[in-house]
Design a protein around this ligand. Structure first.
Ligand code: FE2
Length: 405
């Protein structure tokens, strides 16, 4: 049992479980439960998903979508809904991406802090012979919009989901309590699935429900939980998402927040019989350590008003399994020394806000719950130059904890 009375470094930790009044809640009207069945796919034999936004930077945005058949795809975009006067394709080594079904097109040279309108286009390639390409019909979507982050954004607002575990209805249910303000991004903090089966699972249990809720206009960031490392499709997952730098561990800055995202890997020893000799997470975590050491030395990190860390597996309050202990051992001391403000995790399926404990973690640890009814949470964060406020809301709309920095 950790000694919660020890409160060195608690200066920033003001309040915890169950202390937020209802007045702090502004639930939006119910968005309706998104299910695999009742959220229609676009009515087209060509398209498989709506667009979803990734990797938002002040001057760029990546638009992704899937098609049912091999296509040549492009994005039309512009600053007015009536004039999508720019066109972008994806080019690899001189070749425009074509005859593919997983599409990712990055719009560059955008103006920071501006609203853009866009639509996706996919032209079917019926036959791709060496000297003869036969095109078929073209799908043209409706127009969507997004906002690029400001260069010196003075605030940020985002949501965190964790441990959905193949229950796509939970996204819409929890989103009711996401608050009304415009979100800069949505962070998926691991275990959206039980294990990876195929592309249809990604579509039906993630891409489609999210596009019904926000991902055509608000980007999301996927961080990997231990369950995303399981199953026959786990090794294909990265083809569908764009993160920064490395695929699953990276950092980003938005307004006053500098976020470090760690990939905590599997929860058992690499040699566990469950993994059949096919994982090597200890070395991977040590590789992250080398990256993390440099990350916390960066001027931008040191100067950031709020330094937060995401790790699916929390380093404490998560049993004494190998994953937890190894993360604690290799990441813990660096984060303590770097004086991070907060660790946001999931994994345990028991929500809680844990104050700093001297000699262990000198920052609070927020653990989101899930995946069963009554245990699910959505975390909403708002930060500006004056304050950082995190609220965790339970799945009946009840606030279950908050932190102010
Ligand atoms: Fe987990």
């Amino acid at each position: 049992m950790e000694d919660l009375s020890n409160d060195i470094n608690r200066r920033k930790f003001i309040s915890s479980l169950g202390v937020l009044g209802l007045a702090g809640l502004c639930p939006v009207p119910s968005l309706g439960a998104a299910t695999v069945k009742d959220t229609p796919l676009p009515d087209s034999p060509i398209i498989k998903t709506q667009p979803y936004l990734q990797s938002a930077l002040p001057n760029q945005m990546t638009v992704r979508w899937l098609t049912q058949v091999p296509c040549y795809s492009w994005v039309d975009y512009g600053q007015s809904p009536d004039n999508l006067d720019k066109r972008e394709v994806a080019v690899d080594d001189g070749l425009i991406q074509a005859y593919n079904t997983v599409h990712g097109i990055t719009l560059t040279g955008l103006t920071p802090g501006h609203k853009y309108y866009y639509r996706i286009n996919s032209k079917v390639i019926e036959e791709f012979k060496p000297y003869q390409v036969t095109y078929g019909d073209t799908f043209v979507s409706e127009s969507f919009s997004f906002q690029t982050p400001s260069l010196q954004a003075d605030s940020v607002s985002f949501l965190v989901f964790n441990d959905i575990h193949d229950r796509p209805k939970s996204f819409a249910h929890l989103m009711q309590y996401g608050g009304e303000d415009k979100k800069d991004f949505v962070f998926l903090n691991g275990d959206m699935f039980d294990y990876q089966t195929d592309e249809d699972q990604l579509v039906n249990h993630l891409l489609h429900p999210l596009s019904q809720l926000f991902s055509t206009t608000t980007p999301f960031i996927l961080s990997r939980g231990n369950h995303e490392t399981r199953g026959k499709f786990a090794r294909h997952l990265a083809n569908y998402f764009n993160n920064r730098e490395q695929k699953y561990y990276f950092s980003f800055q938005h307004g006053p927040v500098y976020a470090i995202v760690l990939d905590s890997g599997e929860d058992k020893k690499d040699g566990d019989k469950e993994y059949y000799g096919l994982v090597d997470f200890d070395k991977y975590r040590l590789k992250q350590v080398e990256w993390l050491k440099k990350e916390v030395q960066k001027k931008a990190f040191k100067k950031a008003k709020y330094k937060i860390v995401f790790s699916h597996i929390p380093f404490y309050y998560s049993g004494e399994g190998h994953g937890t202990l190894h993360c604690r051992e290799v990441f813990g001391p660096i984060l303590n020394q770097a004086k991070v403000d907060l660790l946001i995790s999931g994994h345990t399926h028991r929500y809680g806000i844990h104050p700093p404990v001297a000699g262990q973690h000198n920052y609070p640890i927020v653990i989101g719950g899930g995946p069963k009814e009554g245990a699910r949470t959505i975390i909403r964060v708002k930060a500006d130059q004056n304050a950082f406020a995190l609220e965790m809301i339970g799945d009946t709309g009840n606030p279950v904890g908050n932190i102010k920095i």
